[in-house]
Every structure is written in structure tokens, then in C-alpha cells.
Write a protein that binds this ligand. Structure first.
Ligand code: FA5
Length: 367
């Protein structure tokens, strides 16, 4: 055997050998792919055959020793084998994904027929209920709802309402001041001034102004934060009779058709004349009980005819128009309606207390 024929034979055997190895690798890859039971196992198979030192890659490296004339054919076969293995890997991967998906669907199955966790339904706060009732009664009488800021200037909260800085009536409303000129409003009465100034000379003025107010108070019937509803009517020829008529309707609508009202002379710097208004006791009907301290009456609001200077401060001429105003404490209304003895219960945040209250029509329980 010549050295030349040895070389040729070697190359020829190299070709056949490589084809055989490719064939074996193809078969082995196919079997390994079919056996791989997970994505991780499949990846191992890919590395084993197609990785940098994988079996197919090794075969392709041997290509250089093969006769140049045979290389293209061998290359074609090698690429075909490689593409075949890749195709198998992809197909098996998809099947494994599908198996994995159905396994997870089974394992993480949600039984939609099980009863869900019902979110607990809250209830309206008794102050919100009382506020809504009061607003309903007045808006049904044609009152508009107006609003003003909680943080007020001293001028709107006091001075424009006839309470200059040194006025003794300020002592009745212990106040939270930010500065000498800025205060947490102690009453909803400043909305009277704001509304009149924004709307003058329009007539009639017929508003209620509900809102939060603040005073340095804290006992069984006084809270540092509480709510009032202001009422203001301004027009030509408004009298005390109009005030009485409106408040009579209001009291009967809110506390029941047999409710009576009583006006007692009083004093507010911004009304003249002024009155405290009582309603016949909602608990005993007027015969006397603990709630009304045996008087048969319960005070619910302050009221009066708007002072001429207040009308002027609001931009209206007291020679031409007159008006009435009132201010109602909402916590007081809620306590009367629901028989709540201590105002602090309203702000304790105790859900056992709060969940007793339902709006009218939803079965209201007594506190
Ligand atoms: C006033 O605030 C006047 N602005 C009412 C007014 C308006 C009179 C318009 C005339 C014309 P008074 O300080 O009395 O008035 O408060 C009115 C109501 O607020 C009281 O009847 C009471 O029900 C309620 N109130 C007062 N202070 C507190 C408090 N600290 N906690 C809960 N309610 C209170």
C-alpha cells in the first residue's frame, strides 16, 4: 500500500465514518429528546448534541480531514442532521410546555363554585345620616346648598358678623387660631357673608351651608370638631314669621308631625332680634323625661333676623331687604334621633357602635 493510497483510504473512511457517526448521533439525539421529561432535561440534551463540545459539533469538526470533494455533501448531511435535531428539540419543548401547563392548571385549579369572601359592608355614620336628612328637608323647601372653607379669616368668621376683636361674644366660641388673622372656623355663619358678597345684588338669597366647625370644647355634649348647618334667606319683606314657618316645617319633617317649636329670646351679635329654638322632646313628646331634663323641650338651634350691618357687610342694603338666619348643630340632631347620650360615641371609631346605623328604609336600629 502506497502512502498515497493510505491517505486516500483514510479520507474515504473518514467520510463514511463521519456519515455513520452523524447517523448514530441523529438516532441517539432523537431517543434522548423523547426521553427528556422536563425543559431542564431537554436543555441538557441540546447541550450534549449541539453545544460547543457536543456530539454533532465534534463530527463537524472532523470535516476538515475529509477529502475536499466530499466535504460539501458531508456538510449538507451534517446540516440536515443538525436541523432535524433542532426541529425535534423544538417540537418536544412545545409538548413539554403543554404538559407543564395542564399540570399547573390541574394543580392550581380554582373552584369557582366555592363561596367567595364577601367584603364587609360599611354603614353610614349617624352624623352623615342626620346631615343628609337635614339637607333633604331644606332642599325640598327650595334652599340651595352653599359651601365655605374650614380655614377662615378672622374677618369672615367674626368681624363681618359684628364681632370685632375685643367683643365679649367671642368668648362663647373658644377658637383655634393659626395666626391673629386666620382661624379654624367656629361656626358656619361666615358662609352667609361669603355667599352674599359673591351673589349681591341677586334676590332671593335662600341657602343652607352645611359643614365642619371647630371649637376648643370637649365634654359629653361638646366636641372639638362638629358640624353645623347654616340657613340664610334674604329678600324684600322677610319677617320673623317666615323664620318661624320654615323652622316649624323643618321640625315636623325631621322629628315627626306632632313636633312643636318654641322660640326663646336670645342674643347673637349677627342677628336682631335673636332666638334659641327648641323642639318638643322627641323622647317623651313634651311631658318631661331625663333627655329633656323634665322641661319637655330640647334646644336645637340659634336663629334670628339678619343684623342690618351684616347685610351691609354682605353687600345688601338693609333699607331695601331683610333676612333671617339660623345655625343648627348636626351632632345634636343625630343624638336626638338615635337616642345617643354622649357625643364622644360619635367620634370613638367603635364599629360595634357605628354598625347599628342604617339610612331610612334599611332598617334602622337604636343606639
Ligand atoms: C352659633 O354657632 C351661631 N352661628 C348660630 C346662628 C346662626 C345663630 C345664624 C343665629 C343665626 P351656637 O354657638 O349656639 O351658635 O352653636 C349652634 C349649635 O351648634 C348649638 O345649638 C349646638 O347644637 C352646636 N354646638 C355648639 N358647640 C358645639 C360643640 N362643641 N359640639 C357639638 N355641637 C356644638
Amino acid at each position: 500500500m502506497t502512502s498515497d493510497s493510505r491517505t486516500r483510504k483514510g479520507k474515504t473512511e473518514g467520510y463514511d465514518g463521519l456519515v455513520a457517526r452523524l447517523d448514530t448521533a441523529r438516532g441517539a439525539a432523537r431517543a434522548a429528546i423523547e426521553q427528556a421529561g422536563s425543559a431542564a432535561a431537554l436543555e441538557e440534551v441540546r447541550v450534549r448534541f449541539l453545544g460547543r463540545s457536543g456530539e454533532l459539533t465534534q463530527v463537524l469538526r472532523g470535516l476538515g480531514q475529509v477529502d475536499a470533494a466530499l466535504r460539501p455533501e458531508l456538510g449538507r448531511i451534517a446540516n440536515e442532521v443538525r436541523a432535524g435535531v433542532e426541529g425535534h428539540l423544538t417540537a418536544r419543548g412545545l409538548r413539554l410546555d403543554a404538559v407543564e401547563l395542564s399540570r399547573r392548571l390541574e394543580a392550581e385549579r380554582v373552584d369557582i363554585t366555592l363561596p367567595g369572601t364577601t367584603p364587609r359592608r360599611g354603614t353610614y355614620h349617624p352624623v352623615s345620616l342626620a346631615m343628609a336628612d337635614v339637607e333633604r328637608v331644606f332642599t325640598s323647601m327650595g334652599f340651595e346648598v352653599a359651601e365655605g372653607p374650614d380655614i377662615e379669616t378672622d374677618w369672615y368668621n367674626f368681624q363681618a358678623l359684628n364681632m370685632p376683636r375685643d367683643h365679649p361674644a367671642r368668648d362663647m366660641q373658644a377658637s383655634f387660631y393659626f395666626t391673629a388673622d386666620v382661624v379654624l372656623r367656629t361656626q358656619t355663619s361666615p358662609v352667609q357673608i361669603r355667599y352674599m358678597r359673591a351673589n349681591t345684588p341677586a334676590l332671593p338669597v335662600k341657602i343652607i351651608a352645611p359643614g365642619r366647625v371647630y371649637r376648643c370644647d370637649d365634654d359629653a355634649t361638646h366636641s372639638p370638631v362638629f358640624h353645623q348647618v347654616e340657613g340664610l334667606v334674604v329678600d324684600r319683606g322677610i319677617t320673623m314669621g317666615d323664620l318661624k314657618g320654615v323652622l316649624d316645617v323643618f321640625a315636623r319633617e325631621l322629628f315627626g308631625p306632632t313636633t312643636r317649636t318654641r322660640f326663646r329670646p336670645s342674643y347673637f351679635p349677627f342677628t336682631e332680634p335673636s332666638a334659641e329654638v327648641d323642639v318638643s322632646c322627641t323622647i317623651c313628646g313634651g311631658s318631661g323625661c331625663r333627655t329633656c331634663k323634665n322641661s319637655g323641650w330640647i334646644e336645637i338651634l340659634g336663629a334670628g333676623l339678619v343684623h342690618p350691618q351684616v347685610l351691609r357687610n354682605g353687600g345688601y342694603d338693609p333699607e331695601v331687604v331683610s333676612g333671617f338666619a339660623f345655625g343648627l348643630g348636626i351632632e345634636r340632631v343625630a343624638m336626638l334621633r338615635y337616642g345617643i347620650a354622649d357625643i364622644r360615641l360619635l367620634y370613638g371609631g367603635d364599629v360595634r357602635f357605628l354598625r347599628q346605623f342604617r339610612p331610612a328604609g334599611e332598617g334602622r336600629a337604636q343606639a
